[in-house]
Write a protein that binds this ligand. Structure first.
Ligand code: SF4
Length: 91
């Protein structure tokens, strides 16, 4: 158990978060270097929880009226209401 710094937050938790962010960044960098097949990222036609392609940082719309778009990571069209395992919140 790490030392409590702020109520409910420990040094160990902070290190874990930092490691997680570093790992996610490494995965993101690797994925950006190549286009990923939908099965490789567990692409699904439905949103998962509150996560959907339209709210993902990698989603690129074809037009404001289109429910299909492109993804900077995944090969092929993706649906605005779809989801995959590398979903990341849009800024
Ligand atoms: S959730 Fe997956 S498929 Fe959808 S835009 Fe993000 S990275 Fe692409």
């Amino acid at each position: 158990m790490g030392k409590t710094i702020i109520a409910g937050v420990t040094q160990r938790q902070d290190l874990g978060r930092a490691a997680g962010i570093a790992a996610a960044s490494a995965i993101t960098a690797a994925a950006e270097a190549q286009s990923l097949e939908k099965p490789a990222v567990d692409y699904r036609a439905q949103p998962r929880g509150g996560q959907r392609c339209a709210g993902c940082a990698f989603f690129r719309t074809q037009s404001n009226l289109s429910r299909l778009g492109h993804c900077s990571m995944v090969i092929g069209d993706v649906a605005a209401d779809a989801w995959c395992a590398i979903w990341a919140p849009a800024a």
